[in-house]
Ligand binder design. Structure first.
Ligand SMILES: NC(=O)c1ccc[n+]([C@@H]2O[C@H](COP(=O)([O-])OP(=O)(O)OC[C@H]3O[C@@H](n4cnc5c(N)ncnc54)[C@H](O)[C@@H]3O)[C@@H](O)[C@H]2O)c1
Ligand SMILES: O=C(O)C(=O)C[C@@H](O)[C@H](O)[C@H](O)COP(=O)(O)O
Ligand SMILES: [Zn+2]
Length: 346
């Protein structure tokens, strides 16, 4: 269940009162500790003992090393199965925290309180938890739903613009794959701010929730939520490997441009539609220099994409604005062409 709330923490307090966990484990990163935790603690009305666990911020923390440290901390706290983990942060935090909670003692309950736009519209919903390994994105993980998701859009007030834009990429993706009106609403935004995006958060959350309800373990339609991610994840991994991470949403925007072009190369959309989509995406997202990576390097990461089967690289592609298909096998030539196209955009 998802609740979108203003400054009203009563639903969260009532939830804690009902659940009566033995202990609260509040997972934060350095930024959500500073910007979000005071608001949460200032509004919590509970006698339940709590511990605050802080990690450094960033994708580099979504690793087995951090996971091992967190499992160790829980054993030091003698955390039992009736404790509740509260993930207060963006997608890195909720992916990692959900993974820890779903594996520690074979699973303890957790809730997500997303504090980034990306977290609110995407990462906190749908139960994909995980960590990166050998620079492969989310390669180890579980499907595990939080008990509840509490969304306080006011947390966006302290979010840097680039992070807001990163979350906006996933919202645009929701429009492109499923809902033309949502796409049109989003591209009409002239000045991206928490206020301008606020009216559209709920639609994005609902789109994601509806897809996930139909296909929790990603056997079919959920794959459409991965549009932009086959190429996006490969490049995100390569930048991470270089020690120069790019934001997930930036990588997805780049991936969506290439994969829109592939949709056209496959005859699924017209060149005109492809150009329209790409020019809107480029209006929001600056181009990223990918010339430093060889196609072979990119392809080798894509060969580990979770949507693949029987040795083929499977993409989710667009069949129109607001329509998509999954399990589209794409060969190296088309992937290469799309990357070349991106690298040579005027
Ligand atoms: N599980 C899923 O379904 C899913 C969906 C999309 C993305 N993801 C994952 O989510 C991650 C990206 O998430 P993200 O973009 O939220 O990154 P993030 O969690 O790293 O947050 C981005 C930055 O914003 C800071 N921050 C968070 N809230 C803040 C606030 N209110 N004010 C100021 N600073 C704040 C963080 O400390 C961090 O530095 C990636 O690892 C991606 O793979 C998962
Ligand atoms: O929830 C999903 O399903 C998605 O694909 C949403 C994506 O935005 C998200 O980045 C997800 O973590 C990607 O999953 P992965 O299975 O490709 O690692
Ligand atoms: Zn994503």
């Amino acid at each position: 269940m998802i609740s979108i709330l203003d400054e009203d923490f009563s639903q969260l307090n009532e939830f804690l009162h009902r659940l009566q966990p033995t202990q609260l484990l509040i997972l934060v990163d350095e930024n959500t500790h500073e910007y979000c935790l005071p608001r949460l603690l200032g509004n919590l009305e509970t006698e339940i003992p709590f511990e605050i666990i802080e990690i450094e911020a960033g994708e580099e923390m979504k690793t087995l090393e951090t996971a091992a440290q967190l499992w160790e901390i829980l054993t030091e706290f003698e955390t039992d199965r009736k404790a509740l983990m509260i993930n207060l942060g963006g997608g890195v935090l909720t992916d990692l925290g959900g993974f820890i909670a779903s594996t520690y003692k074979r699973g303890i309950p957790f809730i997500n309180i997303p504090t980034t736009l990306l977290g609110m519209c995407d990462a906190s919903i749908g139960g994909k938890t995980g960590i990166d390994h050998q620079f492969l994105k989310n390669i180890i993980g579980t499907f595990a739903n939080p008990e509840q998701i509490f969304v306080f859009p006011k947390f966006l007030e302290t979010l840097p613009f680039e992070e807001l834009r990163s979350g906006f990429a996933e919202m645009l993706k929701h429009g492109l794959i499923i809902d033309e009106k949502h796409w049109n609403d989003l591209i009409s935004i002239k000045n991206l701010t928490p206020q301008s995006v606020f009216p559209f958060i709920e639609t994005s959350m609902k789109i994601k929730q509806k897809v996930v309800e139909q296909d929790f373990t990603e056997q079919n339609i959920r794959k459409t939520l991965n549009f932009g991610h086959t190429i996006g994840h490969a490049l995100e991994s390569l930048f991470l490997l270089q020690g120069k991470p790019i934001m997930h949403g930036e990588a997805v925007a780049l991936g969506m441009i290439c994969e829109t072009r592939i949709s056209m190369l496959h005859g699924l959309i017209s060149e005109e539609t492809s150009n329209t989509i790409i020019s809107h995406l480029r209006q929001f997202f600056p181009d990223i220099d990918t010339k430093q990576f060889s196609v072979e390097e990119i392809l080798s990461l894509m060969r580990n994409d979770k949507k693949n089967s029987h040795g083929t690289i499977n993409f989710s592609l667009l069949t129109g604005i607001g329509n998509s298909a999954y399990n589209c096998s794409v060969d190296a030539e088309h992937i290469n062409k799309s990357l070349h196209y991106y690298q040579n955009l005027p």
